[in-house]
Design a protein around this ligand. Structure first.
Ligand SMILES: [Zn+2]
Ligand SMILES: [Zn+2]
Length: 158
């Protein structure tokens, strides 16, 4: 069976997530424009900082910090952020961001966190496509989204 474009790039995001250095949750992101890959990213420690994998310890996991809270104690850069900082600003205009997440080898919603939404808005990305925890495809048209609502929704849900 031939993959659709969306499934093709979601598979690439899944592959990227397998490069994650976090023990708690793994995310992969790919940025695409005109069916062409612009950049990829996965979540992991910032350059020069010991990763969860190297330390054998994820501080957020150890302290049972709920998703979406106390990001300041973690040294990681999110998958979406890594994809964005590796891409050219002009190419990101109206591009599509695909996100795939795993937690304990089970699907985890690829819905961006509130910090990443802000970056997505400023990068002028047009569409975000991710799989939720049930593996259902979610498509968010960034340009028509109520940004205030998305931000408060993701603060509660991720
Ligand atoms: Zn971690
Ligand atoms: Zn994020």
């Amino acid at each position: 069976m031939r993959l659709s474009w969306d499934d093709y790039f979601l598979k690439m995001a899944e592959t990227a997530c397998l490069r994650s250095t976090c023990l708690r949750a793994q995310f992969g992101a790919v940025l695409v424009k005109n069916h062409t890959l612009i950049s990829t990213g996965y979540n992991g420690a910032a350059s020069g900082v010991k990763s969860c994998l190297e330390q054998g310890d994820c501080v957020r996991e150890r302290l049972h910090i709920p998703s979406g809270e106390n990001y300041e104690i973690c040294h990681s850069v999110h998958a979406e952020a890594n994809a964005i900082i590796r891409a050219s600003f002009d190419l990101m205009d109206d591009a599509t961001l695909y996100i795939f997440g795993l937690q304990q080898e089970k699907p985890r919603s690829g819905m961006p966190c509130f910090m990443c939404w802000r970056m997505i808005f400023n990068a002028r990305i047009g569409k975000v496509i991710y799989l939720d925890e049930e593996g259902q495809k979610k498509i968010v048209n960034v340009k028509v989204v109520d940004r205030g609502r998305i931000l408060s929704y993701s603060e509660r849900e991720t």
